[in-house]
Design a protein around this ligand. Structure first.
Ligand code: HEM
Length: 471
């Protein structure tokens, strides 16, 4: 088993700056990074060690990477050395808010996380499990019709918006789906991952979509206020993120001011749309590409559904080990969050190199996903890596699809349920095929890494007539 050595050396006066990765004149490493940021960082780690600098899109980026970086994020030294504010500030400003969860650290972050914890967790699905399953089935029936070629990422994006709407608010914002998709595309491209120029934020298409997303946020607030005014307080077990945020606003308007409410109401779509849609789309590819795995998943999901409609969300987690292994393996090989972005809070030494106060740092926590030291034959798709006794992902710093440290994904438990439920429904109900058996997945990096929008699968037919929402 591989263990990460502590990477922080004490001396900030003598440590050299991280080496610059050799690239092409003028454009540096832009092309290699754009092709696959995850593999590029893994290659740089192999060649240069755990701290290096790269020139991309005309900027010099500092990267600290590997299992050392992943563990560093969870240490006290890591907490003191890194802050999140600058990475997310443009987004906070765009929403006219004072702060957001991802952009704050320390005590304030703890308090905000406590407010949103339940609404973002799988607890939030408990009271609404049957509705979420019905929404999933209705969307699949609509978008995955036999004989059609389905644009997978787009179909998954529509599905995820509807699922998140139900989980978070108790209803689906169907007429706003396109606006949410457009707003998030621009926000992620320009303000979060900064891969596109700022002038795009002035485009009428974006301004219109953003206005509609704000309309949705205000509508959520109004509906909550009307419900409370008419004595319709939500019973404790059915409370959503909206209830928790609005109650916190009334209790402590300094922590949750009025001006932040729209961002807090619509933020889950920013956090959940691309992450879940890209991941489910990648799973469709990896599983169809491995017919032996597909066969095992069919056996497993068919056995589960033979017992009747799954009665709760836990069955998708506990009774489907091969499917869940395929999900984890896909998230290893196609991580949506290749790196987390932070600012150095002070000078510190990492991997023997000096990181300067105020510089922006990319933490390449997905690098170990591609290392043979952690995952023997790391390039192969092996869904049995995660079961005991192998449990390769349990090695220190080895597996970070949901990030690391105190900002680690707050929606993780909810995402795990949505991923397993969605993929069980897809594989149980449809006979699918790649465009050709030798098809190789084309990927995109903007706005976030994942399968390209052009990825399509053929729906050969239905495997079962059971895909009908409950009467
Ligand atoms: C495949 C699914 C998902 C993946 C891979 C994923 C990944 C991540 C990662 C890597 C981070 C850390 C970002 C950082 O440190 O800068 C994060 C944070 C977060 N995620 Fe997720 N996420 C997923 C789904 C979701 C969903 C469905 C939601 C809720 C609707 C959600 C809510 C959040 C929130 C609120 C944070 C911020 C936590 C904080 O700053 O304290 N995520 N996610």
């Amino acid at each position: 088993m591989n263990t990460a050595a502590p990477a922080v050396a004490p001396d900030i006066t003598t440590a050299p700056r991280p080496p610059m990765v050799r690239g092409l004149p003028l454009i540096g490493s832009t092309i290699e990074m754009a092709a696959s940021p995850a593999k590029f960082f893994a290659r740089c780690y192999r060649d240069y060690g755990s701290a290096f600098r790269v020139r991309v899109f005309g900027n010099d980026l500092t990267v600290i990477a590997g299992a050392e970086a992943a563990t560093f994020m969870g240490t006290r030294e890591g907490k003191e050395s890194l802050r999140s504010k600058e990475a997310w500030e443009p987004l906070v400003k765009e929403f006219g808010a004072s702060k957001m969860l991802t952009a704050v650290d320390g005590e304030l972050h703890k308090q905000m996380r406590a407010v949103m914890k339940r609404g973002f967790s799988k607890e939030s699905i408990k009271g609404r499990y049957q509705e979420v399953l019905d929404i999933t089935r209705t969307a699949l029936l609509r978008d995955w019709q036999p004989g059609r070629k389905v644009p997978v990422v787009q179909a998954m994006q529509y599905l995820v918006v509807e699922q998140l709407g139900m989980v978070l608010t108790g209803q689906t914002p169907r007429e706003y789906v396109q606006d949410i998709r457009t707003t998030i595309l621009y926000i992620l491209n320009v303000l979060v991952t900064r891969q596109r120029p700022k002038f795009l934020m002035k485009m009428p298409k974006y301004r219109r979509a953003k206005a509609r997303m704000f309309e949705l946020g205000h509508q959520m607030i109004r509906q909550y206020e009307q419900r409370i005014a008419s004595g319709g307080a939500t019973p404790e077990e059915y409370k959503t993120l909206i209830d928790d945020v609005m109650e916190a606003h009334q209790r402590d308007p300094d922590l949750v001011p009025k001006g932040d409410l729209v961002m807090l109401m619509t933020g889950p779509y920013v956090a959940g749309l691309d992450t879940v849609a890209n991941t489910t789309s990648a799973i469709v590819y990896t599983v169809l590409k491995h017919p032996d795995v597909l066969k095992r998943i069919h056996a497993e999901v068919d056995a589960l559904y033979a017992k009747g409609r799954p009665v709760d969300e836990e069955q998708f987690m506990k009774d489907l080990p091969v499917l869940n292994g395929a999900i984890m393996e896909t998230m290893r090989l196609y991580p949506i969050a290749v790196a987390q972005i932070r600012t150095a809070n002070k000078d510190f030494v990492f991997g023997g190199h000096l990181i300067r106060e105020g510089e922006m740092i990319y933490l390449g926590t997905a690098v170990p996903h591609f290392q043979n030291e952690f995952y023997p034959d790391a390039g192969s798709f092996d869904v049995d890596r995660y079961a005991k006794p192998r449990a390769e992902h349990m090695q220190i710093g080895a597996y970070s699809p949901y990030g690391r440290g105190h900002h680690t994904c707050l929606g993780k438990s909810l995402a795990e349920v949505l991923l397993a439920m969605t993929m069980a429904e897809v594989f149980h109900n449809f006979d699918l095929a790649l465009e050709s058996p030798d098809y190789e997945l084309k990927t995109k990096t903007a706005p976030t890494p994942g399968p390209a929008m052009s990825f399509k699968v053929k729906v050969l037919g239905r495997r079962t007539p059971s895909l009908a929402p409950a009467a």
